[in-house]
Ligand binder design. Structure first.
Ligand code: KIV
Ligand code: ZN
Length: 547
């Protein structure tokens, strides 16, 4: 009988901590719904003490997502544990997860605590957590660089204090499979009462060994693995959920373990995360990368055509990648599009389908062949998570070897049209300056990336941006066959997110971290050339300020 491995997903906590991967409340809830559909056992929803936003997001996930266990992270202080509990107390299955570092390096230099003090803090936090819920997880941070004797003592005391899951993190991705296996075996042999807790592992990927280390730990007796979608996380990331699950599935002949993950939901989860964060999956990423199932070499193609298994150890369908080409054209109706999208795993509501259909028609006008990847991009493009306070009505830009470039932009806001023209280093910079002139926000572009969603000269380009507005950064994403159009709409997506947050904060009567429009400083660091002239829809040339 294969052992069941608990899949603990920390995309919303450890994953979200990584640069560029921050998500707002709606995005976290949207991803949590997909993690539920994916079948993970535990969703670590966040670190409620980190910020008010984090608290609210954990609380929202705990209230809405009822099947999986919802975990919240806390350090060992009373404040942390109590706040984490308040965030998840409404969950159907709450788990408090408390942690403290146990390596001498961390204890001396980071915590400035003795071993005895750390032991007391660990026990105190587990006891406090236990007074709130029976499901308590304890993590010994930097476990793999900890003295094994001390690690065994802390783990034993944590179990005596009531911890039901003991997590052994390889916090800095330092261990190797054989060493980690030894550590897990030592804990199982030396800790009295270890059988009363589930042994868990949490591996970082600094040496690219996170998945291998996790699998070694499973073979040594660990029964929970902590991981993230697309392997996102601090520095080089965490163990990737899709790699772990598929390794267990594909090699079930030698790894007698099962998970509750619906593997056919893997690709959709990966795409959703990438669409929310704007962080693309590298093409050669195992399981979910664009090339994961592409056979380029003639010999390989020949082999696959004759017998798929010659070069394919798993099918694209097993992870939810549909390989049949779309035969819909610009004359296809809404119904056919709806059916095709449902087939791809996106059963849309009527308003979402209407939006997707409108984009589909626009794209079908510009593009002969529409691939499944294009359709998925269209769906994500249409899933606007924030109200479109500003909407792009028209964009005209010039580009070429003669500098500067120019852009004319018309935005619609509150039923009115606003026009601005600007110069820039290139058409994107010019468009962004024109948008800033109309919105009154000065965005600082932190990151910009573009990729072709499918093949061909007429491929859809998907643009992702990270934009900083007065110290807060927002991601934006959009897809179009015209990359300048996609760039402008991605930027506006970020602007609208910023405005959505400012309005929510205003409604909560807290101080907005965004500037009031009138406080926006002049000048912008990352665009070249100021506004040329600005006119409203009646053609009156003047600078537009919305306050
Ligand atoms: O990497 C780590 O040690 C962690 C713990 C908080 C579990 O993320
Ligand atoms: Zn971690």
């Amino acid at each position: 009988m294969p052992h069941r491995i608990t899949i603990f997903d920390t995309t919303l906590r450890d994953g979200e901590q990584s640069p560029g991967c921050s998500m707002n409340l709606e995005e976290k809830v949207r991803l949590a719904r997909q993690l539920d559909a994916l079948g993970v056992d535990v969703i670590e929803a966040g670190f409620p003490m980190a910020s008010e936003d984090d608290f609210r997001a954990v609380h929202a996930v705990a209230r809405e997502i009822r099947r999986p266990v919802i975990a919240a992270l806390a350090r060992t202080t009373r404040d942390d544990v109590e706040r984490a509990w308040r965030a998840i107390e409404s969950a159907a299955r709450p788990r408090l997860h408390t942690f403290i570092a146990t390596s001498d390096l961390h204890m001396q230099h980071k915590l400035r605590k003795t071993r005895a003090e750390v032991l007391d803090m660990a026990v105190g936090a587990v006891r406090l957590a236990k007074s709130f819920t029976p499901d308590v997880e304890f993590s010994a941070e930097d476990a793999t660089r900890s003295d094994i004797g001390f690690l065994c003592t802390v783990v034993q005391k944590a179990i005596e204090a009531g911890a039901t899951t003991i997590n052994i993190p390889d916090t800095v991705g330092y261990t190797t499979p054989t060493e980690f296996e030894r550590i897990i075996r030592a804990l199982r042999e030396r800790v009295e009462g270890i059988g009363r807790a589930v042994l868990s592992v949490h591996c970082h990927n600094d040496l690219g060994l996170a998945v291998a280390n996790s699998l070694a730990a499973v073979e040594a007796g660990a029964r929970q693995v902590e991981c993230t979608i697309n392997g996102i996380g601090e520095r080089a990331g965490n163990a990737s959920l899709e790699e772990l699950v598929m390794a267990l599935y594909v090699r079930r002949d030698i790894l007698p373990y099962t998970t509750g993950v619906a593997t056919t939901e893997i690709y959709k989860s990966s795409q959703l995360l990438s669409s929310i964060t704007g962080v693309h999956v590298q093409a050669n990423k195992a399981v979910v990368g664009k090339n994961a199932f592409a056979h380029e070499a003639g010999i390989h193609q020949d082999g696959v055509l004759k017998e798929r298994r010659t070069y394919e150890i798993m099918t694209p369908e097993s992870v939810g990648i549909k390989t049949n080409r779309l035969v819909l054209g610009k004359h296809s109706g809404r119904h056919a599009l709806g059916r095709k999208l449902a087939d791809l795993g996106y059963p849309l509501s009527r308003p979402d389908l209407d939006r997707a259909y409108a984009r589909f028609i626009e794209i079908a006008d510009q593009k002969k062949e529409i691939f499944d990847e294009d359709l998925i991009a269209i769906v994500h493009d249409g899933m606007r998570d924030v109200p479109e306070v500003f909407r792009l009505k028209m964009l005209q830009a010039t580009a070429g070897s003669q500098k500067p470039s120019t852009a004319t932009v018309i935005l619609e806001t509150e039923g009115r049209e606003k026009v601005a023209c600007a110069l820039g280093d290139g058409p994107v910079a010019a468009a962004y300056t024109a948008i800033d002139e109309i919105t009154g926000f000065r965005g600082r572009l932190l990151d910009y990336s573009i990729r072709a969603v499918s093949r061909g000269r007429d491929a859809i380009g998907e643009v992702s941006v990270h934009v900083d507005f007065n110290g807060r950064s927002f991601t934006g994403k959009a897809a179009s066959t015209d990359v300048v159009d996609a760039s402008a709409r991605a930027y506006l997506h970020a602007v609208n997110k910023g405005l959505g947050l400012a309005r929510a904060l205003d409604a909560a009567e807290t101080t907005s971290a965004l500037p009031r429009l009138s406080e926006v400083p002049d000048g912008k660091e990352d665009t070249v050339g100021g506004p040329m002239r600005v006119a409203d829809s009646e053609g009156v040339i003047r600078l537009i300020h919305l306050v």
